[in-house]
Ligand binder design. Structure first.
Ligand code: GTP
Ligand code: MG
Length: 275
């Protein structure tokens, strides 16, 4: 009996730290691209990195002044480094997640994307797997921009980030100024480009607390398209209500980690009952 226990401990997976580098992507851009509000990438990251209600903010508007764009947090990039967090899966594996959000920052004087002319389009740029940004600081919240020294300062380690997998976000709520066709087209293109990277992806629906049933059905059709070969897993979340947020990242970690067990993905309506 003792021997069995010891042997079990010896092979216990938690002994090896597992680092999982995640890029969160999804429809981004100026208002004419994304509609009145964003699809929920930042809120998802905020809830995952700092889940307590005191640390959760809804406002992560991408409209920035020139000086905020060139400050050390944004660092003239179109991505945010959200830092590092340790999470334990239900089977007991400890994962250290590092998260970036691929977005598009908009100049608050011109309402155009920063560096617009020099850049690849978002759908191409967001699937980059080798990312560099020297001395870039972790993003915490909007009020941090411009007064970075008043907040905890964590640097993107070695100024490099190698993406292990993607969370591709799809907003299932109705947003003024954005059509479902527009979001479907963009996300389809992003998923195709992710497929070319050969990195794993999980499709995360956001704002399920305000879901539109027909959008949910569109997403189900989208992930089962033949060109993706294997259906892409869907995790239904609400960042505002903190439902299934950790589950989305763990589902991706399981694929990256080649987890042999079963990844339990609970539908939103079932998960929200426990809330
Ligand atoms: P960009 O980076 O500007 O492209 O936007 P984003 O994708 O990061 O979107 P963001 O997370 O900033 O969310 C935009 C808005 O959507 C928020 O200010 C919230 O009002 C709303 N929102 C985000 N998550 C949820 C959610 O879980 N439920 C509901 N009801 N609203 C949400
Ligand atoms: Mg954002």
């Amino acid at each position: 009996n003792t021997f069995c226990r010891m042997e079990k401990q010896y092979v216990k997976k938690t002994d090896i730290p597992r680092y999982i580098n995640v890029a969160v992507v999804g429809l981004s851009g100026a208002e004419k691209e994304k509609g009145a509000v964003g699809v929920g990438k930042s809120c998802l990251c905020n809830r995952f990195m700092r889940s307590s209600s005191n640390d959760f903010e809804e406002d992560h508007n991408s409209l920035l002044s020139n000086s905020d764009f060139s400050g050390r947090v944004v660092n003239n990039d179109n991505f945010l480094y959200w830092g590092e967090v340790i999470k334990t899966s239900t089977e007991g594996t400890e994962y250290t997640f590092r998260v970036i959000e691929q977005t598009e920052f908009i100049d608050d004087s011109t309402f155009q994307p920063f560096n617009g002319v020099k850049m690849d389009p978002y759908i191409k740029r967001c699937v980059a797997t080798k990312i560099e940004s020297a001395e870039k600081l972790m993003y915490i919240c909007r009020s941090q921009l411009g007064i970075e020294e008043k907040f905890e300062q964590k640097v993107l380690p070695s100024g490099k980030f190698n993406v292990d997998g993607f969370l591709c976000v799809f907003d299932v709520s109705v947003v003024p100024g954005r059509s479902i066709e527009k979001q479907l087209e963009t996300v389809t293109n992003i998923l195709k480009n992710i497929k070319d990277t050969t990195k794993p992806v999980v499709l995360v629906t956001t704002k399920n607390d305000e879901l539109n049933e027909s959008y949910v059905q569109e997403v189900q059709k989208l992930v089962s398209r033949k060109e993706f070969k294997k259906a892409i897993p869907i995790v239904e979340t609400s960042a505002c209500l903190n439902v299934n947020v950790d589950a989305a990242f763990i589902a991706l970690a399981h694929i990256i980690d080649r987890f042999k067990g079963r990844t339990k993905i609970v539908p939103y309506l079932e998960s929200v009952k426990d809330y």
